[in-house]
Design a binder for this molecule. Structure first.
Ligand code: PXL
Length: 276
């Protein structure tokens, strides 16, 4: 198996099992050298905790990039998640356009919204800039809320296949090559992921677990990237990520005290066999 170096850019939420504290162990368990660039450092994530601290690391990015450039450090893939500011997105674009080995895929999770609402840190200016980042990506992984914000589409709790297809087409018009749309469900007990790649749309359906858990988008995107860079196709990576995320939720839902994330760590050891 080839040994690849992935750069992932997202925040460190010190407590909360999301972003880098999820991406780093998952990508490492997938056998990838994982370089991290924290977009911000927060004491906790912003969903459910109050009074959290935030240190935006936007101004550190140009010097980090220059250092890596000088050292000849290059990446086989880029994966971005929750970012620290609107201004930071230009630095992220510069890093992706400068430090990639040939054909290094740019994978963007536009982590900024869920359940019809933007996360507290973000506004429409950020959304516009995130759409620009998505336009330069090879693969984007929005949930339905993020897809609606990115494309100016009305968010709906209930929808049909035509609504999802229209959403996919609008996302592709942003300029990215492939869309992996998460959290798509057409019946009360099923949820799934829709992939649109090179004009072909596929849908992988799995059981819907009544309780939604924080950080599952980051678990999903990290496993997806790990599987893809390990050589699986986009639809296969989308399926492997969905199955792993469901297992993480099942491993957590009976523990009421664990409301802030999913217990993914005991399942990490299973990942390599899922990618083989
Ligand atoms: O999981 C997405 C995420 C990442 N990072 C921070 C967040 C959230 C979602 O709320 O608050 C800081």
């Amino acid at each position: 198996m080839t040994y690849s170096r992935v750069l992932t850019i997202q925040d460190i939420s010190c407590v909360g099992q999301c972003s880098l504290t999820v991406a780093l162990p998952i990508l490492s368990a997938c056998g990838l050298e994982t370089v991290i660039l924290p977009s911000a450092v927060l004491s906790t994530h912003t969903a459910g905790f109050t009074g959290f601290t935030v240190r935006d690391l936007t101004d550190d990015m140009p010097a980090v990039k220059e250092h890596w450039l000088k050292e000849g450090i290059r990446f086989d893939a880029f994966y971005t998640g929750y970012l620290g500011s609107t201004r930071q997105i230009d630095y992220v674009l510069d890093i992706m356009n400068t430090l990639g080995r040939e054909d290094a895929p740019k994978i963007v999770d536009p982590a900024m919204a869920d359940a019809g609402k933007l996360y507290p840190a973000f506004d429409m200016e950020f959304v516009k800039k995130m759409a620009e980042l998505c336009s330069q990506a090879d693969i984007i992984l929005p949930n339905i809320t993020e897809a609606c914000f990115l494309t100016g589409t009305d968010y709906r709790e209930e929808y049909d296949r035509d609504y999802i297809e229209a959403l996919l087409n609008k996302l592709l018009k942003l300029g990215c090559r492939t869309v992996v749309l998460t959290g798509v469900g057409y019946s009360p007990d099923k949820l799934g992921v829709t992939v649109s790649e090179s004009g072909k749309v596929t849908y992988y359906e799995h059981k819907r677990i009544a309780k939604s858990c924080h950080g599952t988008g980051d678990v999903y995107a990290s496993v997806f990237v790990g599987a893809l860079i390990s050589g699986r196709s986009v639809p296969e990576a989308a399926r492997i990520a969905a199955d792993f995320t469901v297992r993480c939720i099942e491993n957590t839902i009976d523990d009421a005290s664990h409301w802030y994330g999913v217990k993914f760590e005991p399942l990490l050891a299973d990942l390599p066999s899922k990618l083989a």
